[in-house]
Ligand binder design. Sequence first.
Ligand code: MN3
Length: 201
Amino acid sequence: MAHKLPELGYAYDALEPYIDAKTMEIHYTKHHQTYVDKLNAALKGHNHLEQRNVRDLLKDLYSVPEKIRTAVRNHGGGHANHSFFWPLLKKGVKFGGGAAESINSRFGSFDKFKEDFSTAATLLFGSGWTWLVLSNGSLEIMTTANQDSPLSQGKSPILGIDVWEHAYYLKYQNRRPEYISAFFNVINWDTVNAYLKSAKG
Ligand code: MN3
């Protein structure tokens, strides 16, 4: 069964003015679609792998034949990361719930968390992601290069920001810190809470 682009679940302009409609449209219909297409192309003919959930493939990259491992890592990572990212975005959801309690207890305050997360995202060199993950039962901030997934390191992401230029360049050009600051206005904390709950199993 081939992988498919998931439903976005909201309009391209739903995150304006923080993330503009044109960026959303291109990011979802072009960039994400390309990861899906290239993942499907890589898995073609590998029947036992085509059946597996992309998250499971990323958790167990060494079960993927070496010949297609890099393609699965990059395009499977791109598919999984973007499928994880879209539901994290919504305007007007207040910081609260289990994730807020865990963040406050781990980082001391929301402001300290925001500062640490934003610094990590700003300093990440080149293309990649900054994450809040659950690792051995505790929260930590980490970054990955390219489309690498924390799942491949045994960590469960509960929040993430795409800091590839394609995620912000149309509106913010080289001003990545402004995009990161804007991102904090569109975090869907309901989704973060759900991701945390599922990460805790
Ligand atoms: Mn992207």
